[in-house]
Design a protein around this ligand. Sequence first.
Ligand SMILES: [Zn+2]
Length: 72
Amino acid sequence: MAERSKPERESAKTRNADPLCAVCGRKVLAQFRPFCSRRCADADLGRWLTGDYRIPGPPLDEGEPDAEDGEI
Ligand SMILES: [Zn+2]
């Protein structure tokens, strides 16, 4: 009674889910991965360069740990 009634699923359909462009959310083209186009790739790079991707957080106000505590 070990009859396997496992229907063949269209695994290829779910496995090959098209990644989406990180910038605009469109379908990614292999040549521009992980973006959909050169423009989006450039836009993303530009964001990095301009610091738009900075992680927002509280201003560093506590200073650094004592690095000049004593010379070794
Ligand atoms: Zn895009």
